[in-house]
Write a protein that binds this ligand. Structure first.
Ligand code: TYM
Length: 329
């Protein structure tokens, strides 16, 4: 039974990296089988958030997902916090996850920085909650960007160890679905850093709420090299900024980078950047419009999330019950 599950943290604005690396593919997958998508609000509290800001961000992200095309009649859309089984299973899995495994998580190292001793226990245990998120639903497929690969490998390790330790065939080992030209969308200012919500420079990313003029200007000012675009994908080797912009164009048009280069190879960025800017502005504009409408109607969003949570709770219950039982509780 194919079942797709994925989540996103409700931390501020959605950017092009989230959109191309995850959400756009969620929208495609909701037509191909059973899907559950959730706002990872329990993950968001592993760093301190102002409660009012978090409340707003949760609403904003729910609206953004629907504006991007997640259809609550096709996919189950909910908040993690509304399904207590996520937190419960996380606690059960804490008995299985090893400190040595978590010590290898690069995201914790990045996020805790130099002050590792001062990081929260939640930030450290974050990947165990993520494992619970997917294992709870017998998930087969998890569409994510490249940066989440290590967390999903950990989820598989936890599932396998739990099954072995308790002599059960309880958890399905989930497959990460990573790939395409936008598995890792890079910063517009630095081709070696990923596009991220936490980059202090807003010029480094395209937000889904940026207007056409802002998008055009961010693309125009994006860092590039002075060479024209190559004719082949091999020619992008060692040119991370060029590769990134070509990848974005490809992902936005459902083409391959080779097809994009067949069209733009030999041309300079003076020609390519306006084409990319117009493409992005044209596709993101209607999403931003829909987002505004949805934000003006919070009751509609609350109803969507309430309905999603009810479905998710029902789907989660059997696996949680079996996990308790397998452990003798
Ligand atoms: P988050 O909220 O940081 O990002 C949401 C999704 O967007 C992808 N992404 C990117 N893809 C390509 N290029 C980028 N620059 C880029 N930036 C972000 C992420 O890979 C992710 O797919 N821990 C997760 C949320 C989570 C989750 C889960 C995901 C919680 N539980 C269970 C899958 C399954 C996170 O913080 O993603």
């Amino acid at each position: 039974h194919k079942r797709t599950v994925s989540g996103i943290q409700p931390t501020g604005n959605l950017h092009l990296g989230n959109y191309l690396g995850a959400i756009r593919r969620w929208v495609q997958m909701q037509d191909e089988g059973e899907c559950l998508f959730f706002l990872a609000d329990l993950h968001a509290i592993t760093v301190h958030n102002d409660p009012t800001a978090l409340r707003n961000n949760i609403r904003e992200m729910a609206a953004a997902l629907v504006a991007c095309g997640i259809d609550p009649d096709k996919a189950v859309l909910f908040r993690q916090r509304d399904v207590p089984a996520h937190a419960e299973l996380c606690w059960l899995l804490n008995g299985t996850a090893r400190i040595g495994w978590l010590n290898r998580m690069t995201q914790f190292k990045e996020k805790s920085g130099k002050n590792r001793e001062g990081a929260s226990i939640g930030l450290y245990g974050y990947p165990v909650l993520q494992a619970a998120d997917v294992l709870l639903y017998q998930t087969t497929h998890v569409p994510v960007g490249e940066d989440q690969k290590q967390h999903l490998e950990l989820a598989r390790d936890i599932a396998a160890k739990f099954n072995t330790d308790f002599g059960v065939e309880l958890f399905t080992l989930p497959e990460p679905v990573i790939g395409g030209p936008a598995a890792r969308v890079m910063s517009l200012r630095d081709g070696s850093a990923k596009m991220s919500k936490s980059d202090p420079s807003d010029m480094s990313r395209i937000n889904l709420t940026d207007d056409a003029e802002t998008i055009m200007s961010k693309v125009r000012k994006a860092k590039t090299d002075p060479e024209p675009l190559p004719d082949t994908v091999e020619g992008l080797e060692g040119r991370p900024e060029a590769r990134n912009l070509v990848g974005i164009y490809a992902a936005m048009t459902d083409a391959t980078p080779a097809e994009v280069l067949a069209q733009f190879g030999g041309q300079g960025f003076g020609a390519f950047k306006p084409a990319l800017g117009e493409l992005l502005a044209g596709k993101l504009g209607p999403i931003a419009e829909r987002l505004k409408e949805l934000k003006a109607n919070p009751a509609e969003l609350d109803a969507i999330l309430a309905k999603g949570a009810e479905k998710a709770r029902a789907l989660a219950a059997p696996t949680l019950a079996k996990a308790y039982d397998a452990m003798g509780l």
